[in-house]
Design a protein around this ligand. Structure first.
Ligand SMILES: O=C1O[C@H](COP(=O)(O)O)[C@@H](O)[C@H](O)[C@H]1O
Length: 224
């Protein structure tokens, strides 16, 4: 696990946005289309604000969520809301969007339809991931009720996830979906998360789920 360190977060977001735009461009040139899985949380908004202006063929890019909190689109906790407001803007407003939230009561409801939509996008062209201080990524949480299957290469592509540390149920792409990606980027800020990444080395996927998806990823870190 190698961490690429940047002088500051603003510089990092600009450079990572350029790398992702280039990765998407490569997929567009090769296949005429690209799929791009993106997280929510607090970290990616400034990166999305830069990336959405990239001069690429967004009309042939499908953006899909890496994971979602089971809350309505209008909730401030909604990852889709963040993605719509910060990524699906400017030139990237032309991209298609596949949300993992489907307005049903529970994440299990109609999940086969969601799995089919994700299957249509595989292999993913680019995956962007964040990491929590508890070493979760996407909604692959230590202690998650479905974690053991979700980090197995034989997992369904999308699974519900519940964990005591989180207020609402989750839905998440799983190991085979995330690891299908041609290009993977992990973006983290702050000393606590850097320590979490260092601590994760040598731990099992059950204790540090990020270790199951960081193989081949470019890991980007800035203090703040
Ligand atoms: O809950 C989540 O957390 C991770 C990390 O988020 P951050 O706020 O620490 O950047 C995020 O990648 C994931 O999409 C989100 O659902």
């Amino acid at each position: 696990m190698k961490i690429n360190e940047y002088a500051d977060a603003e510089m990092m977001m600009i450079e990572v946005a350029q790398e992702i735009a280039s990765d998407l461009e490569t997929a567009l040139e090769a296949n005429g289309k690209a799929s791009f899985a993106v997280p929510g949380g607090t970290t990616p908004a400034p990166l999305f604000d830069v990336l959405c202006a990239a001069d690429i063929d967004w009309a042939n890019v499908t953006v899909v969520q890496t994971d979602e909190r089971w809350v309505p689109d209008s909730s401030p906790r909604s990852n889709a809301k963040l993605i719509r407001e910060h990524l699906l803007a400017d030139r990237a407003a032309h991209a298609k969007f596949v949300s993992l939230y489907n307005h049903c009561e529970n994440p299990e409801d109609e999940i086969e339809e969601t799995r089919a939509k994700v299957a249509d996008l595989l292999p993913l062209s680019v995956v962007l991931l964040g990491v929590g201080a508890d070493m979760h990524t996407a909604s692959l949480f230590p202690g998650g009720d479905n974690l053991a299957l979700a980090i197995d290469p034989a997992a369904p592509l999308v699974m519900p996830m519940r964990v005591d540390s989180q207020d609402e149920p989750r839905i998440t792409l799983t190991e085979p979906a995330l690891n299908s990606a041609m290009h993977k980027h992990i973006v983290v800020t702050g000393a606590e998360k850097k320590a979490a990444l260092e601590r994760a080395q040598g731990l099992s996927g059950m204790k540090a789920p990020v270790t199951k998806v960081w193989g081949g990823a470019r890991i980007h870190w800035a203090e703040s």
